[in-house]
Design a protein around this ligand. Sequence first.
Ligand code: HEC
Ligand code: HEC
Length: 405
Amino acid sequence: MNDDYGRRQRGSSGKPAVAASRGAAPKRLRGLNVRLILVSLVIVLAACSAPAAQPTALPAPAATPTATPTAIGAASASALPPAALNAQFPPIVAPPDNPTTPEKVELGRQLFFDPVLSASNGMSCATCHHPDLGFSNGAPISAPRAGAPGRNVPTLWNVAYSRHLLWDGRVESLEAQAVDPLTLPSEMAATPQGIEDKLKAIPAYVQLFDAAFGGGEAAVTFDNVARALAAFQRTLLSHDSRFDRYVAGDASALTVQEQRGLALFFSSQTHCAECHQPPTFAHGTFRVIGVPSDDPGRAGVSPTGLRGAFRVPTLRNVARSAPYMHNGSLATLEDVVHFYAQGAGGADGQTTVDPLLKGFDLSGQELADLAAFMWTLTDESALPAVPEQALSGLPVPPRIIVPSR
Ligand code: HEC
Ligand code: HEC
């Protein structure tokens, strides 16, 4: 299977067809066209929406009376493609030999927060994937890993739906993914044997392994550590954001500004939703957006990968996990929006940037609206309970108070 989208899209001519067809139109004109299309769509929809027959699955939240009819934001969700907005989450990717059970999840939760898994007893998964920071750590990048440069810590929210893991997609299962952080000298620096020995000496762990896998002390294996961690991570699901409630018909779930931002996110002007597709707001392809960096991205791990292509990350709970991008080079969601508005990497002359990213002319208000929309994708209701103290007796990372909005 080839997910190296940019290369495939370009085909043999090397010229993206989409870009060729609209490359000539000046930005401002294109923006105007989009406005005209959207406004006419609203008019057509208004004309069609006789109150009787509304067979579409999308409940149309009432248009807010304060929205000005000429603003792009006036195209409320009722003008958006219902299929795209009401899309179903894909099935959770779990290997047949590691079905999720409550016992495994509980063991995985304890292990995730326990620094006993590191050689120094000073680092746990939660040190870098902190629950109060969207399971990231607030830093631009982390230490380089075998085969890859230092990168931003990705969120673990909804990781259950990802077919490819890591920014370059070089790992495909959560079970396999645990090995690197546990054993790399730059991270937890443990050995499988060392971990097994330490855990076997803690009766509470022997009990939990036995409950999760059966077989008494023999269940305390490195592979089962990885399995339990994976099962736990598959429960970090985020489905019930204000965006989801809005789409489900609660028109009051989003402010007028956020509704305008939503319309922009799904517009043919910004193309955001073509890569960050609902409901995951991620995509299983690798795309070049051109964040300045020397990181080879997908090209470092796949012969068909483009240089600088990265997996399209989820935007669920994205407001929690600043800074942004594979190298953490953009501090805020507003910075991200500005980056895209200027034409992403194309703004500094990069030629392999995805054809969807030509930049767009939006007013300052509209740029703020787009950023505000991304805050509506926050839902931390499945946040796991953080143990007061790890089962080993070691301290867990302290809680961090983060302002909400
Ligand atoms: C020292 C910091 C650090 C520690 C400790 C750490 N991670 Fe990570 N984690 C990272 C970084 C950085 C990446 C991204 C690396 C890349 O893409 O090349 C990552 C990526 C991941 C991913 C992939 C997420 C995705 O969406 O692609 C998973 C899953 C993950 N870590 C789980 C864990 C688990 C489980 C532990 C504990 C055993 C752990 N991590 C410990 C820094 C850390
Ligand atoms: C061509 C596909 C594509 C389009 C279109 C696109 N994105 Fe992205 N987006 C990506 C990729 C790939 C990354 C990761 C790039 C990197 O790290 O260098 C990303 C990263 C992001 C991030 C950072 C997420 C994180 O956890 O660090 C945000 C926020 C974001 N995009 C929002 C948007 C918005 C808003 C738009 C519309 C203005 C948009 N994207 C359009 C592909 C796309």
